[in-house]
Write a protein that binds this ligand. Structure first.
Ligand code: URA
Length: 276
């Protein structure tokens, strides 16, 4: 039988590196399998049976890591930026094992970003199939009438299709601009900005303040911290409470898909503290 994974994937799954780094390390002759240097990153290996050494040492035992980062505006959610801009990785403490961001925030969006080496968890939290609510605080370019907020609640149509219903709450209208929170359960590219444009305004500032039951709280901009066990358990419960993944094309249960996400997020926005 064909061994289960490519060598580059075995290294990245061990949490030692990204796929790109793993590929480079293999090509550079730093990796041995069964005592021999292997330079083909696509070579199939069985991590449970094959002895894989990186620089002469076994791959580190994989310890799952879950981090919360307060991404500041102006940082990119990628490992490297060809334009030399600061990335979210530049903000993590030195020595942080390889982690990937769960979803992404635009350059100009600030707020809560989770990073992990648990790829299954990352997929479930980010995938629209699991309906995990994400709450944003928005400052619009103008004052939005209640009718515009109702259109956001209903889910305006975008060029890639209608959006799901959203929970929207007006907070205040300083200087003729509306500040509101919006909770969505998808995560399409620039979704909140496009939704706001669809109702005739622009986003001036955008910050993600919660993911499911986890709020950004008082974490300073640029700082990160590990999630607590109870925060992680609460996120897992949120994933489990969402609709199960369905095969492509299967009909959605209307009652679930039309339910606004509000109930997931209430009571945690203004606490100013981390709360599971
Ligand atoms: N919606 C956006 O428009 N931008 C983000 O960064 C996240 C959600």
């Amino acid at each position: 039988m064909r061994p289960p994974v490519s060598l580059e994937r075995a290294i990245s799954k061990a949490g030692a590196a990204s796929r790109v780094e793993a590929r480079a390390w293999v090509a550079a002759g730093r990796v041995k399998v069964g005592g021999r240097i292997v330079r083909d990153p696509r070579r199939r290996v069985d991590p449970a049976r094959d002895r894989i050494l990186l620089d002469g040492r076994p791959l580190p035992a994989r310890r799952p890591i879950y981090l919360a980062l307060h991404k500041p505006k102006g940082t990119v959610t990628t490992r490297r930026d060809e334009r030399g801009r600061r990335t979210v990785y530049d903000l993590l403490p030195a020595g942080t094992p390889h982690v990937v961001p769960i979803g992404r925030l635009d350059l100009d969006t600030s707020g809560l970003l989770l990073l992990t080496n648990d790829t299954a968890f990352a997929h479930e939290l980010a995938s629209p199939d699991y309906h995990v609510p994400k709450t944003y605080q928005v400052k619009a370019s103008s004052r939005l009438a209640e009718e515009a907020l109702d259109r956001l609640r209903a889910g305006p149509a975008l060029r890639d299709g209608p959006t799901r219903p959203a929970a929207v709450e007006r907070l205040r209208d300083p200087g003729g601009r509306t500040v509101f929170t919006i909770t969505i359960t998808e995560g399409r590219n620039r979704q909140v900005r496009r939704m706001v444009e669809a109702v005739g305004a622009k986003v001036r500032t955008l910050a993600r303040i919660a993911i499911g039951p986890l709020s950004l709280g008082a974490l300073p901009a640029g700082a990160s911290r590990p999630l607590t066990a109870s925060e992680l358990a609460a996120l897992r419960r949120t994933i489990a409470a969402g609709p199960r993944r369905r095969p492509r094309g299967a009909a959605q249960s209307r009652s679930r898909s039309r339910r606004p996400a509000r109930s997931y997020c209430c009571g945690m926005r203004s606490s100013g503290r981390w709360k599971a």
